[in-house]
Design a protein around this ligand. Sequence first.
Ligand code: ES4
Ligand code: ZN
Length: 318
Amino acid sequence: MDTPPAVELHVHVEGTLEPELILELAERRGVALPYADLDDLRARYAFTDLPHFLDLYYANMAVLCTAEDFAAITAAYLERAAAGGVRHVELFVDPQAHLARGVPLEAVLEGVSGALADAPSGMTTGLIPCFLRDRPATEAAEVLDSLVRSSTPLLGIGLDSAEVGHPPAQFAEVYARARAEGLHLVAHAGEEGPASYVRDALDVLGVERVDHGIRSLDDPALVRRLAEEAVPLTVCPFSNVRLRTVDTLADHPLPRMLDAGLAVSVHSDDPAYFGGYVDDNHRAVADTLALTPDQVRTLADNAVEAAFVDDARRVELR
Ligand code: ES4
Ligand code: ZN
């Protein structure tokens, strides 16, 4: 690839849990899983939509029990990312998914942030806990309290999980509080949900970056605004295909988004579930969508521009 992807801005740490590691951790932790073997587990990776994927994603978290487990998956991910040319990672984690299973927040934060602190040399990292939009905002508010009280350095907050029927506005207070705490603000919007959720993520939550945002294309006025304001959109092509928001990679709207002047960049979302890491996504879109060298360069530049780093680091990442 002419321009290896230097910056990964949309990856869920729990989505880096590879099937082999799921079975290995289950064995080590004595967790019973309903899979006969690796082939049986792999056979379940044919998803009909986002909620169907989330069922498996949350179920497989049962093998993550201790801070060591979280450190292990994070370290394994960082090694794989570095091998693919990544030099800056902003990593999502879903604290509520673990709290709901009785895993303390401290174990999650300590494990993930400990591994981030030991990232491969030359790599910078940041941690972005996401709130689950299909759980009550009151719960998110409590978790935010715990997060800001913890000693773990946090880059920002995000919003993820099942989107349709869970509009951003429910989380207005949580985002206002996070902003007051000096945290960066991002949210998944316009993945399966409507363009209006993208607008609300901007206007009601005040996000600096939109995760996915592909459904924005349904609303030409919104597209013009996103282009004018250069709102970064972290697009995840393999994810969109595997969750059937687009039919095939060849039909992906990325070229239309580039043509519309949107500040799009390409990322992996849940690489262990969707068929590849950020470098795989880049290679596939460049080939399948026959992107020009200029377009490939623009995607890489947009990712650097959208990263929450200081100017000196931004220069290094270019
Ligand atoms: C997710 Cl693909 C996707 N969408 C929304 N929330 C998520 N959490 C993990 N992966
Ligand atoms: Zn995501």
